[in-house]
Design a protein around this ligand. Structure first.
Ligand code: SAM
Length: 449
């Protein structure tokens, strides 16, 4: 029963897109969903050569993303160490289309008076857009991403995915859109990937059809307006908002985009409705609105005030140049030097789940101070390779490591070792001779496979 498309939905798409397009759409919605991943350019340069995925080399994701790859079948991702190492992110292909307007976002970046680019991804879990934004602005030293999710349990998953992706310029927060009010016009770009009626998921997740209703669409459209209106003041004039949904109807899409422009004060620069494809992609809509006016960022006086952090350097030779470290309590975190102050400001004024890259814990004991590397730094761009001795794991041992089993490295140096899988870091062990302590985070342990 749930596989039947709702009749009101079919009528609506006929009305909005005309008979031939609607017919084609309902045909595609009853087909199968292709699997796509987006590779992490910080870790993978040649997906065909480096990854073990069944890549369909015939299909190119033109107009979507440089990093998108189509798979011929869906593998068991949990059994692929590269998946846990943040080498790629499993994401449906249409959602990657936000990258096709990158020149527009770069224009806003060029106009930024201080060369910084403060991005807020407001509805971010589980991290598809945020990981993508980190990759898109990888070459911009002043870029930072506040990756926010209102639901606590989802924010925890988001923080895990962001840590594995390995950008040190991310602050993961767990706030309501209205909590950003005190920020003034802090952000150059705000992404609102809004909760929606989910029509675009009808193929991938047929059960979602049963949850759809005309009233639900109206409620979603009203909620989306509330979310955007709450966050609009946080966007600086001249900055851009990416507004997106994974649905087809115009009340949640084009009408809301026009409403943002006319009611809140902006100009619609672009909009695109993606339909499901045979080779890749589900339903997705996105639009770009530039906020009217010319005023720059809100100027924050004394941004580190109240943050109770102290600069810290000792014993951190494994952190690359270009990053600065701050200590709070026992934890030392690394931040890109050019974004650090803004990131700490955001972190100390929001409900932060994580910020920057957790680099080390400082242990003060009877024998003096010792530095324990944190799992996050192994996966992060901020890690300077060659400081910790490295041990390459077989597939079998990599999976044992990810299950937090005990591994032994009798011939290796004692102390902290960086374990890698085909050259990509996974994490640390503490080698104590006849066995080692597995430092893969407990909460990330793979189970039941
Ligand atoms: N951007 C994510 C990605 O690419 O992986 C997907 C986001 S999903 C479409 C929408 C998110 O909005 C969900 O994580 C949901 O918890 C969150 N959300 C739900 N109600 C919200 C609200 N009132 N304000 C802000 N976010 C909300």
């Amino acid at each position: 029963m749930e596989n039947i498309l709702p009749i009101e939905f079919l009528n609506r798409i006929k009305e909005e897109f005309g008979e031939p397009q609607a017919g084609r759409l309902s045909e595609l919605l009853n087909g199968t969903s292709p699997t796509t991943v987006r590779v992490n350019p910080a870790k993978i340069q040649d997906p065909g050569a480096q990854l073990d995925l069944p890549i369909d080399t015939e299909v190119r994701m033109e107009g979507r993303s440089r990093y998108g790859v189509v798979l011929a079948q869906r593998p068991t991702f949990t059994l692929d160490p590269f998946f846990h190492a943040g080498a790629y992110y499993v994401q449906e292909g249409s959602s990657m289309a936000i990258e096709n307007r990158l020149p527009l976002y770069q224009e806003v970046l060029r106009e930024s008076a201080d060369g910084k680019f403060r991005i807020l991804d407001l509805c971010a879990a589980p991290g598809g857009k945020s990981t993508h934004l980190v990759s898109m602005f990888r070459d911009c030293p002043g870029a930072m991403v506040v990756s926010n999710e209102v639901i606590r349990s989802r924010a925890t998953i988001l923080a895990e995915n962001m840590a594995k992706w390995g950008g040190a310029n991310v602050v993961v927060t767990n706030n309501d859109p209205a909590d950003f009010k005190p920020f003034g016009s802090f952000f150059d770009m705000v992404v609102v990937d809004a909760p929606c009626s989910g029509e675009g998921m009808f193929r991938k997740d047929p059960a979602s059809r049963a949850e759809w209703s005309v009233e639900g669409v109206a409620q979603c459209a009203a909620r989306q307006k509330r979310i955007v209106a709450d966050i609009w003041p946080a966007l600086r004039a001249g900055g851009v908002m990416i507004y997106s949904t994974c649905t087809y109807n115009s009340s949640e899409n084009g009408e809301n985009l026009s409403w943002i422009a006319s009611e809140l004060g902006g100009e619609v620069l672009y909009s695109e409705q993606c339909f499901p494809g045979e080779k890749y992609g589900e339903g997705f809509f996105f639009g770009v609105v530039r906020k009217n006016g010319a005023e720059q960022h809100a100027v924050i006086k004394d941004p580190l005030r109240g943050a109770s952090v102290k600069p810290y350097k000792e014993g951190l030779e494994f952190v690359k140049d270009g990053y600065v470290c701050y200590r709070k309590g026992d934890l030392v975190k690394a931040y890109p030097a050019e974004a650090a102050v803004d990131m700490i400001y955001a972190e100390s004024h929001l409900r932060a789940v994580s910020a920057g890259c957790a680099a080390a814990t400082v242990m003060e004991g009877a024998k003096g101070r010792s530095i324990v590397p944190e799992g996050d730094i192994a996966l992060c761009e901020a890690l300077k390779r060659g400081v910790f001795p490295e041990v390459e794991l077989s597939l079998e041992d990599a999976l044992r490591y990810l299950r937090r089993e005990t591994l032994a490295f009798p011939g290796e140096a004692k102390g902290y070792l960086l374990v890698t899988y085909r050259g990509i870091p996974l994490g640390f062990v503490k080698n104590i001779g006849n066995r080692s302590n597995n430092l893969w985070p407990q909460g990330w342990r793979i189970r039941n496979v």
